[in-house]
Design a protein around this ligand. Structure first.
Ligand code: NAP
Ligand code: GLV
Length: 312
C-alpha cells in the first residue's frame, strides 16, 4: 500500500524521516518531489493539500490527515469520495492541554498586565481571585477539550463545556444553538476548540462576546486555538480596545501568517502565537496514523473517521 504525502506548505523532512524509520514496510512518495504513477497511490497523507491533486489519484482508498482539523481537506470539492481520517493522538492532546493551561493561567494571573508594567519598571500588585471563582468554558468538547478539562479541574477552576450533540459527561455540558446562551452566560474564560465548518464559521464575534459573563474580575477572556475562520478578528480587536474583553489569546487567523500590518499585533492584552498550540510530533503521529491504516485494511473501527456532511 503506497502513501502520498500531500502538503502545500508543511516542511515534510522530519515526517519523511520518521515515516521511513517507523514504517519501513509502507512505501511513501512526496507530491512535488518524487515522480509517481497516480494509479499506484492508495492513501493520501495530507496537511492543507494543494487542490486538484487528490482527484488525479484513481485508486485512492482513504485520506489520512496530519492534523486534527480537516477543514482544508473537506474544502476540496473534487476530492474522491473516500473516507477521511483526522489525527487523534495523545501527544497532540497533551500539547493542546499545555497551550490551553498556559493561556488560561496567563490571563487568570494577569500576565499581560504584569509584562506591560515590567516594561515601565512599575511595581503594582493586582487582586488575585481564587481559581474556583473563575469558570472556564470549553467551546467544542471533543477529544482535545476533554483532555484539557481534568487538568483545569485539578487547578481548581470551574469547567463547563459546549458541544453540537448531547452526550454524557463528567462536567456540565451544554449543547446545540439552544444551549449556547446559558453556556456563554456562565463562562468567564472561553476556550474555543471547535472545528471549522459551515456551522461554526465566524461564531467568535461581537454578539458572542457580549453574552460572556462579566462576573469575574479577570474576565471575560477569549482563547481561540481552533481555526482562524471561527473568529471575526475586527470584532475581537474592538472588544479588546473597548474593554468588553479583558484579554484574549489567538493562535489561529483567517490569513496565516498574520500580516505584519495587522492591527491585531498592537491590540491590548492579546497574546498572539503562530498556529503552534498543538504541533504534532512526527514520530508519535506516524505511529498513530499507520496503526489506523492497519485497522482500516483489516476492516476494524478507525478512530477519527470524519463525517463529511458534518465537516469534522
Ligand atoms: P473533535 O474531537 O472533533 O471535537 C470537536 C468538538 O466540537 C465536538 O465536541 C463537537 O461536538 C463540537 N462541535 C462541532 N461543531 C459544532 C457546532 N456546530 N456546535 C457546537 N459544537 C460543535 O475535534 P478535536 O480533535 O478536539 O479538535 C478540535 C479542533 O482543534 C480541530 O478541528 C482543529 O481545528 C483545532 N486544532 C488546532 C490546533 C492548533 O495548533 N491550533 C491543533 C489541533 C487541533 P460533538 O461532540 O457533539 O460532535
Ligand atoms: C492543527 O491545527 C491541527 O488541526 O491539528
Amino acid at each position: 500500500m503506497t502513501t502520498l504525502f500531500l502538503s502545500a506548505d508543511r516542511n515534510l523532512d522530519d515526517w519523511i524521516a520518521a515515516w521511513r524509520e517507523t514504517a519501513p514496510d509502507r512505501p511513501i512518495l512526496v507530491h512535488g518531489q518524487d515522480d509517481y504513477d497516480p494509479a499506484r497511490i492508495d492513501y493520501a497523507l495530507t496537511w492543507r493539500p494543494p487542490s486538484g491533486v487528490m482527484q488525479t489519484l484513481p485508486n485512492l482508498k482513504a485520506i489520512f490527515n496530519m492534523g486534527a482539523g480537516v477543514d482544508a481537506v473537506v474544502a476540496d470539492p473534487d476530492r474522491p469520495p473516500v473516507p477521511i481520517v483526522r489525527l487523534v493522538d495523545n501527544d497532540l492532546a497533551v500539547r493542546m492541554s499545555e497551550y490551553v493551561v498556559l493561556q488560561v493561567l496567563s490571563h487568570f494571573r494577569q500576565a499581560p498586565a504584569y509584562a506591560a508594567q515590567q516594561a515601565r519598571r512599575e511595581w503594582t500588585p493586582h487582586d488575585q481571585p481564587s481559581a474556583p471563582s473563575a469558570r472556564v468554558g470549553l467551546m467544542g468538547y471533543g477529544v482535545l477539550a476533554q483532555h484539557c478539562a481534568p487538568i483545569l479541574l485539578a487547578l481548581g477552576f470551574n469547567v463547563i463545556g459546549w458541544s453540537r450533540s448531547k452526550k454524557p459527561s463528567d462536567i456540565t455540558l451544554y449543547h446545540g444553538r439552544d444551549g449556547l446562551p446559558e453556556f456563554l452566560a456562565r463562562t468567564d474564560i472561553l476556550v474555543c476548540l471547535l472545528p471549522m465548518t459551515e456551522d461554526t464559521r465566524g461564531i467568535l464575534n461581537a454578539d458572542l462576546i457580549a453574552q460572556l459573563s462579566t462576573a469575574s474580575p479577570v474576565g471575560p477572556v477569549l482563547i481561540n486555538a481552533g481555526r482562524g475562520g471561527l473568529q471575526k478578528s475586527d470584532e475581537i480587536l474592538a472588544a479588546l480596545q473597548s474593554g468588553a474583553l479583558k484579554g484574549a489569546s489567538l493562535d489561529v487567523f483567517e490569513t496565516e501568517p498574520l500580516p505584519a500590518d495587522s492591527p491585531l499585533w498592537d491590540a491590548p492584552n492579546l497574546i498572539i502565537t503562530p498556529h503552534v498550540a498543538a504541533v504534532p510530533d512526527p514520530a508519535a503521529t506516524v505511529t498513530s496514523i499507520t496503526s489506523r491504516m492497519t485497522a482500516f485494511e483489516r476492516g476494524d473501527p478507525v478512530a477519527g473517521l470524519v463525517d463529511p456532511v458534518r465537516g469534522y
